[in-house]
Write a protein of this length. Structure first.
Length: 398
């Protein structure tokens, strides 16, 4: 299909809206909670069949504990570096959620657990593949659709496979939900956790109070130091979210611990923060401090390569009648990893809606054709984009 036929492509997807909603209903009703391997595997198997009938070659990547991941490739014989279209199969909703929140379409919105994050993103991947086949759209390169099985809990099982696939690709298009107004995400904060453990000396709170070294007291001093590391101007936040300690009210506590969430906008800020936290010490020499954890997902930094990819996407969107804005968020995704590996990554290309992980989760039905057309056209028009190391990207080298 010629590039000037953008309007026809949108109309094609509009003509497919009724069967698309029927397919979306099936995707939502295949509940795929992160910790429910049979549920995730059921969705994986269903999608393997759906991509296969649309002409893609399919690989189910099995795992003994977590759900099976899925890789579907269009035009895998191409010598050109492929485009990676990235998504995830799992949701945050336990099995049985559908009984109280069934899939429904009302007033132009489709509701259901996982419909926004990100069953509708999976849907437009299928639609793009369908357009390649039915409309004979030649992307001119390989297009890899990769779906991890446990993104919502940190991509514990799929990270090595993701890296193996992504590092050979020219760019990554991530189908996470967009920001309000349909904006894509050109930056994300990195996310990490610390567990701070303090050990002291137990003693009777009445008879031997002075012999005790109060671990809770020392932890409370560290909490103040931790919270003071928040720097809103730099996009750094530290949140002591849980604390526990002690054994009985009449015992000087010999142990205490805190669980800490932190977010950073750059890897360098993450390194500095980790150094500060690992340097924490108790004021009472009888107490010891142990710090565990660190950065779990790196930030998606708004590097020149990311901006270049966004500008290309914005131009394609304009040809489809879309004004594609950009923004950022405090949460992370699998796109955070690919960006940190130096691969140009554009996130938030899913269907517009609201309520990720919330009871009012929904998408705007009319946005499905536009987003499917944007994805299909992007895969067709993206030229090779030089991948770089993250260190070079920060220097402005593309």
């Amino acid at each position: 299909m010629a590039l000037e036929d953008s309007a026809n492509l949108v109309e094609y997807f509009r003509s497919q809206l009724e069967p698309s909603l029927a397919l979306l209903k099936k995707l939502v009703e295949l509940e795929s909670y992160s910790f429910d391997k049979p549920g995730v595997d059921g969705l994986t198997g269903f999608l393997a069949d759906e991509f296969s009938v649309r002409g893609a070659s399919v690989e189910v990547m099995e795992h003994p504990v977590r759900g099976n991941a899925l890789k579907a490739t269009w035009n895998d014989a191409s010598a050109e570096p492929p485009v990676l279209v990235l998504g995830h199969l799992d949701t945050v909703w336990p099995p049985g959620t559908l009984r109280s929140r069934p899939f429904k379409v009302e007033e132009g919105k489709a509701y259901g657990p996982g419909v926004f994050d990100m069953k509708s993103g999976i849907l437009i991947c299928l639609l793009a593949c369908q357009a390649f086949q039915e409309r004979r759209i030649d992307p001119g390169k390989g297009v890899i659709f990769l779906f991890t099985a446990d993104e919502e809990i940190g991509t514990e099982t799929g990270l090595s496979r993701l890296k193996l696939v992504a590092t050979s690709c020219r760019a990554v298009l991530c189908l996470e939900p967009p920001l309000p107004g349909g904006k894509v995400k050109t930056f994300r904060k990195g996310v990490g956790e610390f567990r701070i453990r303090v050990t002291g000396v137990a003693a009777h709170a009445g008879a031997d109070h002075e012999k005790g070294a109060n671990a809770i007291l020392e932890l409370s001093k560290l909490v103040l130091q931790l919270q003071a590391l928040t720097d809103y101007q730099r996009g750094v936040t530290v949140n002591v979210g849980k604390i526990r300690g002690g054994s009985a009210v009449n015992v000087v506590p010999a142990d205490a611990e805190a669980e800490v969430d932190f977010r950073v906008s750059t890897v360098s800020d993450g390194d500095r923060l980790e150094q500060r936290v690992r340097g924490l010490r108790a004021s009472d020499p009888r107490c010891a401090v142990l710090v565990e954890g660190g950065l779990r997902r790196p930030p998606l930094e708004r590097t020149p390569a990311v901006v270049e990819l966004y500008q290309k996407a914005r131009g394609v969107a304009f040809s489809l009648g879309l004004d594609l804005g950009e923004g950022g968020t405090g949460g992370a995704s699998d796109g955070s990893f690919t960006a940190a590996w130096g691969i140009p990554t554009l996130d938030g290309l899913g269907v517009e809606g609201d309520g990720a992980h919330a009871l009012h989760e929904h998408i705007l039905v009319d946005d499905i054709p536009r987003r499917a057309a944007l994805l299909a056209r992007l895969t067709q028009t993206l030229p090779p984009i030089q991948t770089v190391t993250l260190a070079d990207a920060r220097k402005g080298t593309t």
